[in-house]
Unconditional design. Sequence first.
Length: 79
Amino acid sequence: MASRHTNWRNLTLVASLGILIAVELFGVALASGWALAGLFELGPIVGYVLMALFSVIAAYALLNLMRRVMRIERLSEWN
C-alpha cells in the first residue's frame, strides 16, 4: 500500500512565499488608504475605511495566489 510523505522543502517554500507576499500586499493596502485619505483630506474615518477596503482586496488577491500555488506545487509525494 502506498503511503504519503510531506515534501518539506516545497511546503517551506510555499509558506515563505505566502508570508512575503502577504506582508507586501497588506503594507501597500494600508499605505495606499492612508496616503489617499491624506492627499484628498478625507479625514481619519474615511482613511480607515479605505485601508479596510484595500486590505480586503489584498486578502482576496493573496487567497487566489495561494490557491494557484497549491494547485501547482507538490506538497506531498506517494511512495
